[in-house]
Ligand binder design. Sequence first.
Ligand code: FAD
Ligand code: SF4
Ligand code: SF4
Length: 479
Amino acid sequence: MAERMLKFVHVSQQTPEKRGVNERREDFNEIYRSYAQAQAAVQASRCSQCGVPFCSVHCPLGNHIPDWLKLTADNRLEEAYEVSSSTNNFPEICGRICPQDRLCEGNCVIEKGFESVTIGAVERYITDTAFERGWVRPVRPRRELPQSVGIIGAGPAGLSAGEQLRRQGYQVTVYDRYDRVGGLMIYGIPNFKLEKEIVLRRWKLLEEGGLRFVLNCEIGRDVTMAELRSRHDAVLIGTGVYKGRDIGGPGAGLPGIVKAMDYLTASNRHGLGDAVPEFASGQLDAKGRDVVVIGGGDTAMDCVRTAVRQGARSVTCLYRRDRANMPGSMREVNNAEEEGVDYAWLAAPEAFVGDDHVTGVRAVRMHLGLPDASGRQSVEPLEGSHFIAKADLVIKALGFDAEDLPAMFNEPDLAVTRWGTLKVNHRTFMTSLPGVFAAGDIVRGASLVVWAIRDGRDAAAQIHKYIQASNAALAAAAD
Ligand code: FAD
Ligand code: SF4
Ligand code: SF4
């Protein structure tokens, strides 16, 4: 073991510096500054180089974390980049937005008492440095293959699969109904978590590597699924989940109540310089408004923090459970609290108040009961505990479901689960339609970028096998 490592006993954890609250409330730039080289090396040297690295076991990509930490500690950054990018198509993105507290860092063995190695920040540092120094190059396949793969959806699942297939030499076309590449990484996740330049430079690199993008093209509307299947040797569906869960009750249809995705997309588009009429008209702009966000997941956290930056008068997050039972990452909850968001824990909306525009949310206090069959504590209303949260903008962030893909694609034989997500063979990633595969949120339900990358890579390997086997069968039949 190099004596450079194992420094956790003497060197304390130091996360990258966070910009001051007042400064970051004023803009949409990322809130964490980068490590300087010396800092990254020192933080990486805290790793104890475990024989069985639980950090890697709990990374969905099985990243070779101790290896690239050691190379970083030794200042062998180009090699660190080679190792880290061998298992991850977008390490600089995961380093920024993975909920590390639940994945790699939350399982680092020195976490207890000494605080984990700052794995995500080092991963980001390695790839940002690689970009700066020109080590990140487009895919250059060793041979070109005549077969082609059509990918529906330019989110992380589709892009990672596309890059892997291109590496093998396939002709890859990615279709997306949006005008930009990135899926939720471009229009869902706000700039203060993931600056859009980071996603745009990947788009450019993928194009330089030979991926073809057909944008503003909705499969099922502009091109039929049948047509797509006839164009390509295999098809991958990576369409994500976009149907925002709704909330009923009196007043639910009042103007001023909006969906989280509409709100976040408008903000991201505005930040990218697009003309967004709903933003310009104030409909999707929180400036000067009293904002209530309903929900407790990462999307809700992104909405409250976006509202703060847009200059809302007040921002309240209404969540029916307590802080400990929140699905959102604790890191993001803490960031939101620092930025001035009020949390109304154990509070559930019952009705929306207002005549011709929403003016408030009538909510009831809840208490946590006994765990239900899923092990989660049930929530019950406390009688007579109603209160009104003042709001002239209400954002619904209650999670997402899958759209009705069999209907959208006019493919009634496309099998779905009872949640509307696609049924796949979990070994081959193939759907019920021969030669049609699926990956990412459309299979898992709303999940994480890192899982979408993992699925995209695995699906690409299976598509390769499928095309090779089909070719072999054709050749045998011709003999
Ligand atoms: P998506 O990223 O949703 O991409 C799907 C693409 O398919 C889209 O570009 C869409 O336009 C396209 N498409 C859909 N239907 C069609 C069609 N019929 N024809 C053509 N194109 C189509 N994850 C994290 O790891 N960290 C985070 O901090 C985080 N924050 C999040 C914040 C928000 C607000 C949201 C909503 C999600 C967040 N996630 C986060 C989750 C993460 O973004 C998703 O799990 C991930 O993007 C899923 O990838 P995907 O490729 O499956 O789908
Ligand atoms: Fe951790 Fe995510 Fe990087 Fe894996 S990809 S090492 S989980 S930050
Ligand atoms: Fe290093 Fe922690 Fe991973 Fe062990 S679990 S290899 S100490 S980062």
